[in-house]
Design a protein around this ligand. Structure first.
Ligand SMILES: Cc1cc2nc3c(=O)[nH]c(=O)nc-3n(C[C@H](O)[C@H](O)[C@H](O)COP(=O)(O)OP(=O)(O)OC[C@H]3O[C@@H](n4cnc5c(N)ncnc54)[C@H](O)[C@@H]3O)c2cc1C
Length: 396
């Protein structure tokens, strides 16, 4: 006979561990988390690692250390979900059944979606903070560049912390300025959107900083191809395609839900991203009431981030506990998200907004889009501690 759990969570990342911890704090027993990886990453630090402002050791913990006490860890990967049978299929061949299922396996990085991209990342001039192995390489490339062209790209479509593509660009410029070489480096920032971010105040502050660094912003533009041997990228913009040479290339790759999840019955029909079809407020599946989702893999309307899912965890935990008692969902997620823009290796501001890009500041009495020292200290030093000691313990 296979295993059965009252609450089964797929993915022991930011969302899965935070939720499992919160459920155990609410005295919900028989919770299991399926997670194949032996290590747990705090991904927001990858931006600082790429800028030489943090070490990888600070962003990694053994998965065993973050698994909440009393929660069973199933060390395997899910390959299929059979919601009609209340079962999931494991790569190791087993099946696990559930009363309630929470789906949060995060996003997959679609390196093959851009021709030549994977080869460029393996080559000597390309990197991406989105891969734990590559983030330290970003710093090697940044500190060794003395002149030439640096290209930073942000992908179209859903991405985890979309603004992270820009953070490394500003921090690299700050380093090059400190080294006295910024004037010898042409820096291009490529974004798919019509403006740098999409909120007037935030755009103005980012553009002020770009002007200070002498960066070129290419809007409504995407990375169409990379030729690592020639060291050129093809950029597709409003005026068509053009080739640009590079000496340093930092790419945030296109992202989507994991392929195996796309092939289940959980995404809405026609959703090419493959995200779990939930009510974006209650986080309950629209067709399978004992299936829930949160975090990057959920088909919600917000901009995907750890800050967004921190709010989702509270809502989902409340609604799931209610459902276990036979109650209808009461708590609602309001689409909040956040992006810390690190404007240098010592200053930042937090863009906080909802799913219509309306401001949602935590400190309404402060001008939100303003470069500050203390917000960098929060992002670099305080939030990692909050993550390990409060968020992953279901306390924040
Ligand atoms: C470079 C970078 C910078 C970022 N900066 C910020 C920031 O400043 N602020 C912010 O709020 N957010 C930031 N984020 C985003 C944040 O890290 C994510 O939004 C958050 O980690 C999403 O949590 P999640 O649990 O949905 O996914 P993840 O944390 O990615 O976890 C998913 C888990 O599911 C597991 N999994 C995958 N497939 C399977 C399977 N088949 N079976 C079982 N388990 C599986 C994975 O191994 C993983 O452990 C950043 C991300 C990156 C990459």
């Amino acid at each position: 006979m296979g295993q059965h759990h009252r609450v089964l969570v797929i993915g022991g990342g930011n969302a899965g561990i935070s939720l499992a911890a919160r459920l155990t704090r609410k005295n919900i027993g028989d919770v299991a988390v399926i997670e194949p990886r032996e290590t747990h990453y705090f991904q927001p630090l990858f931006s600082h690692i790429g800028a030489g402002a943090a070490e990888m050791a600070e962003a990694v913990r053994p998965q065993a250390d973050v698994m909440p006490r009393g929660v069973e860890w199933i060390r395997d990967a899910v390959t299929d979900i059979l919601p009609g049978e209340n079962a999931v299929v494991l790569a190791g061949g087993g099946r696990v059944t559930y009363d309630h299922l929470v789906v949060c396996p995060g996003l997959q990085l679609d390196w093959d979606a851009v021709p030549g991209l994977a080869e460029a990342m393996a080559g000597p001039h390309g990197s991406s903070n989105y891969d734990a192995e590559l983030a330290p390489k970003t710093w090697d490339l940044v500190r060794n560049l003395r002149s030439g062209t640096a290209v930073f790209t942000q992908p179209p479509g859903p991405a985890k912390c979309a603004g992270a593509a820009q953070k490394i660009a500003y921090m690299a410029c700050d380093y090059w300025r400190e080294q006295g070489v910024l004037q010898d480096i042409a820096v291009a920032l490529v974004v798919p959107t019509p403006t740098a971010f999409g909120m007037p105040d935030v755009d103005a502050e980012l553009e002020r900083k770009m002007a200070e660094y002498g960066m070129t912003l290419l809007t409504s533009t995407t990375l169409a191809a990379v030729d690592a041997d020639d060291r050129t990228v093809v950029l597709a913009g409003p005026a068509g395609e053009r080739e640009v040479p590079y000496d340093l290339l930092h790419v945030v790759p296109p992202q989507s839900a994991p392929d195996w999840l796309k092939n289940t019955d959980l995404p809405a029909s026609g959703d090419e991203g493959g995200f779990v079809e939930v009510d974006p407020e209650t986080l309950r599946h629209r067709r399978y009431p004992n299936v829930w989702s949160l975090g990057d893999a959920a088909g919600t309307t917000n901009s995907k981030s750890g800050g967004a899912l921190r709010k989702q965890v509270k809502v989902l935990a409340k609604n799931l506990v209610g459902a276990l008692r036979g109650q209808a969902p009461q708590a609602r997620y309001d689409g909040y998200s956040v992006c810390p823009f690190t404007l240098s290796r010592g200053t930042a501001f937090f863009a906080e907004f909802d799913d219509a890009y309306r401001p949602r500041p935590s400190y309404p009495w402060l001008k939100m889009a303003k470069e500050r020292r203390w917000q960098w200290v929060m992002d670099r030093h305080v939030l990692p501690q909050v993550y390990w000691h409060l968020i992953l313990k279901g306390r924040a």
